[in-house]
Design a protein around this ligand. Structure first.
Ligand code: NAD
Ligand code: UFG
Length: 338
């Protein structure tokens, strides 16, 4: 079975390519490397002892996609390619709507022409409206996004749902990720953000490795046990395994279904810092700062549907996530540039 992975050189994509190869799938990657390094794919091949096929190019390039579908017998597509930085999306909405929507439109048109009608999409917990009660279920209200990035995820879900409605042979899995962190246990692949990290764990690891002075904790006056924001962090290897389960699902079903990929457990910012320090024995100086605009107090998943329908459950603990994040960062202090 062959899987086309768009954005496969990126953080979640590279871990998923590894799990797909380990599960016996053939893997074809298209990535324009706008936010990744091809070393990730070299290392995936070294770790697995298996090869994958890599096309460097843009998913909005319909001619290239046509070639890829002609040259490879593809059964299913996992669509990771996209821009993902929330504040950048507020500053550059054009770039986000262009990239995140047109990749999906050009890709699904090429798939339709090639007769490939199974797709797994990287959606996000950000599609859920802020006024839901926790835990978030797949049936919780979506929309009212607070930034263009979130809207691109919401709109892509609508586009893919419409395609599955128009042609009943399509099978679409919308995977709504919560907060992926961690790295492969080898420490050979991991998250390598460009510039100053926006997300908590890469910021913590860069403070721990000495690249940044201290962590700013964005607010300690939320209605949470310690006042800091609570999120559902999940290990990227568990998330990658969720994609292997989703491949099996789309092979056996048609229609369009959304799935939460999270642990169902929320941890606060201070839980994260304290666990990281305890597990790794390295200091992480922090200061309490003001709230970050747009942040919600609490966000965590109801993961029951994924357990029941996909047969997938996150297994790794917060200590595993903190250990593996640090293992990657300490072995690669400047990411793939080392
Ligand atoms: P990433 O930036 O590491 O990976 C995305 C990859 O897509 C990169 O390798 C980039 O070079 C590539 N890419 C972007 N635009 C492209 C284009 N037009 N053509 C070809 N390649 C292109 O990000 P990630 O963390 O691995 O996220 C993967 C997906 O999951 C994204 O769609 C993201 O929005 C989504 N997601 C991520 C998170 C998270 O916290 N990391 C949470 C929810 C959803
Ligand atoms: N935080 C800090 N300091 C930092 C960074 C983050 O205190 O330097 C806090 C935030 O305020 C929040 C928590 O750490 O309480 C997690 O923040 P992240 O930026 O790591 O994650 P978010 O939940 O805000 O956002 C992430 C992705 C979004 C996605 C969303 C829902 O970055 O793209 O999850 O899936 F939309």
């Amino acid at each position: 079975m062959n899987v086309l992975v768009t954005g496969g050189a990126g953080y979640i994509g590279s871990h998923t390519c590894l799990e797909l190869l380990e599960s016996g799938c053939g893997v074809i990657v298209i990535d324009n490397l706008c936010n990744s390094n091809p070393k990730s794919l070299q290392r995936v091949q070294e770790l697995t002892g298996k090869t994958l096929k890599f096309y460097q190019g843009d998913v909005r390039d319909g001619a290239l996609l046509k070639t890829i579908f002609q040259e490879n017998p593809i059964d299913c597509v996992i669509h990771f390619a996209g821009l993902k930085c929330v504040p950048e999306s507020v500053a550059k909405p054009w770039a986000y709507y262009d990239n995140n929507l047109n990749t999906t439109l050009v890709l699904t048109k090429a798939m339709q022409e090639a007769g490939v009608k199974r797709i797994i999409f990287s959606s996000s917990a950000t599609v859920y409206a802020a006024d839901n009660t926790m835990p978030l279920k797949e049936t919780s209200r979506t929309g009212d996004c607070t930034n263009p990035y979130g809207w691109t995820k919401y709109m892509t879900e609508q586009i893919l749902s419409g395609i599955a409605h128009a042609d009943e042979k399509w099978s679409v899995a919308l995977l709504r990720y919560f907060n992926p962190i961690g790295a492969h246990e080898s420490g050979r692949i991991g998250e390598d953000p460009r510039g100053i990290p926006n997300n908590l764990m890469p910021y913590i690891t860069q403070v721990a490795v000495g690249r940044r002075d201290h962590l700013s904790v964005y607010g300690n006056d939320y209605n949470t046990p310690d006042g800091t924001g609570v999120r559902d962090y999940l290990h990227v290897v568990d998330l990658a395994k969720g994609h292997v389960a989703a491949v099996k699902y789309v092979l056996a079903h048609t229609g369009c279904e959304a799935f939460n990929l999270g642990t169902g457990v929320g941890y606060s910012v201070l839980d994260m810092v304290n666990t990281f320090v305890q597990v790794n024995g390295v200091p992480v100086p922090y200061e309490i700062g003001p709230r970050r605009p747009g942040d919600v107090a609490v966000c965590y998943a109801a993961p029951d549907k994924s357990a029941q329908v996909l047969g997938w459950k996150a297994e790794r603990t917060l200590a595993d996530m903190c250990r593996d994040s640090w293992n990657w960062q300490s072995k690669n202090s400047t990411g793939y540039d080392d």
